[in-house]
Write a protein that binds this ligand. Structure first.
Ligand code: ARG
Length: 450
């Protein structure tokens, strides 16, 4: 961001920085009931979702790829699939709709003012400030997500190739990427693509001001570190295995620079919390391809010792390189290449048996992975939500999971508390064309310990 605007004036986070170490530790205890994610599978208590709206229809075939979509998609066709996801999650957890939280913080004058300044400055349309600040909060929240068309009221705008002054946010329903809770703190993402930057500003403001969430420090404030294109980090690349182990994708979206900074932030957060045991990060160097934008496109945890994987990049000859970083509390770091992700996990005491996305046939593997078949979301140990991919579901069944459709689960919620591992399937043929699956659409805020 350019220099003139003081983006660090956010009151809560600045206040946090000024606290003594003892006060920070006290606050961390208080916030533990509000936010906390120490695994991928702990019983879900709070989760962010965004039910997609008209913003998804803002793109044309020409702009789709720039807006990070595989194709244009139709709002009507994705509503049902997303509603199934939301209904299932509402049966097991509190669901925060982002637009509602946004609306609520926009009632606070300071939050409204700061967020508007940041978004309009970043999008290069400060002239909209007056018009937008006069809007009621619900209308403003909607406008920030669906955008404002360019008014053709000058020669410059008449001849402009732009369609919008304030660009819409069609990727907003991929909640996973723009912020994340790791342990008891938040990482505010720095998006690799500018078309998603406003989303991360919105999420940062929500964590800063929303009464149900505020009260913690930021683990990494990457959102504001936006002068350096080599410093980007997105939630789809961060997988929390346990309190002492993270998996990180080094990808088109998450850079080594950002991960180095993350390691240092975790180290200082752990020091504040009085933790003395070493922690590990397994870094998976992903191929820079459209279908592997994030680590969670090739690996998601489905149960205590089971993960759905895209075998070619996790286990096969083309497998991704994996580097283990072991960090001691005195700051000593050891780097080591490990054989593959599964063995890397073993090397730090975690067993994960792979369930192959698409089964064993390379054709099915490629087709189902492309449509986010390896991207499952766990709402409790052994309870996952997946799109309907025939061969992946068969592989899950062989690995001991029962399959239940979201429709049936919504009609008979008792199905969700079955003893056996469960895959709940949602209709995703159209949603997946936005480029992600159930894990990408969810951002857990609070989970029980496993
Ligand atoms: N965690 C994920 N895999 N997210 C998928 C995000 C898809 C979105 N269209 C993007 O490219 O940013």
């Amino acid at each position: 961001m350019k220099e003139e605007l003081d983006l660090n004036k956010g009151s809560h986070f600045r206040f946090w920085d000024s606290l003594s170490e003892d006060k920070k530790a006290e606050n961390i205890k208080k916030i533990q009931s509000k936010i906390g994610v120490h695994s991928e599978i702990g019983k879900l208590r709070k989760v962010f979702l965004h039910s997609p709206g008209q913003e998804v229809e803002s793109m044309t075939p020409k702009s789709a790829s720039e807006l990070l979509y595989n194709d244009i998609i139709y709002y009507k066709n994705i509503v049902a699939g997303h509603a199934q996801l939301k209904s299932v999650l509402s049966l097991v957890s509190e669901v925060f709709e982002v637009s509602t939280c946004l609306e609520e913080i926009l009632d606070l004058q300071q939050a409204r003012n700061e967020l508007l300044d940041q978004v309009l400055y970043y999008q290069g349309c400060p002239e909209l400030k007056f018009e937008l600040s006069e809007m009621p909060s619900d209308e403003l929240a909607k406008t920030l997500i669906t955008g404002v068309s360019l008014k053709r009221n000058s020669l410059e705008s008449w001849l402009s190739s732009k369609t919008f002054s304030l660009v819409p946010l069609p990727n907003m329903y991929f909640m996973r990427d723009t912020s994340m809770v790791v342990g008891t703190r938040v990482i505010s993402s720095r998006m690799a693509s500018s078309v998603r930057f406003t989303e991360s500003l919105i999420m940062r403001a929500i964590y800063e001001y929303h009464p149900d969430l505020t009260g913690h420090g930021l683990l990494l404030d990457a959102c504001y570190k936006n002068n350096d294109p080599k410093f980007t980090i997105e939630g789809g690349d961060i997988i929390v295995i346990n309190e002492d182990l993270l998996l990180v994708g080094i990808s088109e979206r998450t850079t080594t620079k950002a991960v180095d900074a993350l390691v240092d932030s975790i180290l200082s957060a752990r020091t504040q919390e009085g933790k003395t045991e070493p922690f590990n990060i397994l870094c998976v160097i992903l191929p820079q391809e459209r279908s592997t934008i994030h680590l969670d496109m090739i690996f998601t945890v489905a149960n205590k010792e089971q993960a759905v994987v895209y075998s070619p990049y996790v286990l096969g000859r083309e497998r991704a390189r994996v580097v283990r970083i072991r960090v001691k509390s005195d700051g000593d770091k050891k780097f080591k290449d490990v054989e593959d992700l599964i063995l890397g996990l073993r090397s730090v005491g975690v067993r994960m048996d792979p369930i192959p996305c698409g089964g064993d046939n390379p054709l099915h593997q490629q087709r189902e992975q492309w449509n986010s078949g390896a991207n499952l979301f766990s709402f409790a140990p052994g309870k996952v939500i997946s799109y309907m991919h025939e061969h992946t579901l068969q592989a899950c069944e062989s690995a001991g999971f029962k399959i239940v459709s979201a429709k049936d689960a919504i009609k008979h919620p008792a199905l969700l508390s079955s003893e056996s591992p469960l895959v709940v399937t949602v209709e995703g043929s159209e949603l997946s064309r936005g480029g992600g699956g159930p894990r990408c659409m969810t951002c857990p805020v609070l989970r029980d310990p496993v």
